[in-house]
Design a protein around this ligand. Structure first.
Ligand code: RB5
Length: 152
């Protein structure tokens, strides 16, 4: 019997400034036949909300299930990434290009990708997300550095 392809679970949280990009990514993102399981933590509209509340929801989701990857979107990506990085188990990287996304995985073992919903283009966001999710941590010399500021 053929094996079911392993699915990828992504928890995603946003404020009003990230709502449109969240919807776009959930509709368009695909990964070579890998089923994507989205855990949409809100916000669910473009009504004004406070990004720290959604950062908290995402931080809790990754605490409950450390195997999942997170995506966090606010208008600039700055506020929500700051709020997330107050948690020791979160390594959130604000990325606007593929190189930063790749390095954030290879060197920093980032577990959350932050995006600026009002700043990044939709197609760039798709490529940045793909790079982030398909790049492995290189471990080695990077492990001890990460351990100095986080709990894995
Ligand atoms: C909301 O207007 C905006 O401040 C927020 O989305 C984010 O950009 C904060 O860093």
């Amino acid at each position: 019997m053929p094996m079911e392809p392993k699915s990828l679970k992504i928890a995603i949280a946003n404020d009003h400034g990230g709502f449109a990009l969240k919807r776009f990514l959930m509709e368009k993102f695909a990964l070579d036949g890998t089923p994507i399981e989205w855990l949409d933590l809100g916000a669910y509209s473009d009504q004004s909300v406070d990004y720290p509340d959604y950062a908290e929801k995402l931080a809790q989701a990754l605490k409950d299930d450390p195997s999942i990857m997170g995506v966090a979107i606010c208008g600039s990506g700055v506020g929500i990434s700051m709020a997330l990085n107050r948690h020791a188990h979160i390594r959130c990287a604000l990325c606007s290009d593929e190189t930063t996304a790749r390095l954030s995985r290879q060197h920093n073992n980032a577990n959350v990708l932050a995006l600026g919903g009002r700043l990044i283009g939709d197609q760039v966001a798709l490529s940045v997300l793909k790079t982030f999710l398909t790049t492995d941590f290189e471990a080695g010399r990077h492990t001890a550095r990460i351990e100095k500021f986080s709990t894995c």
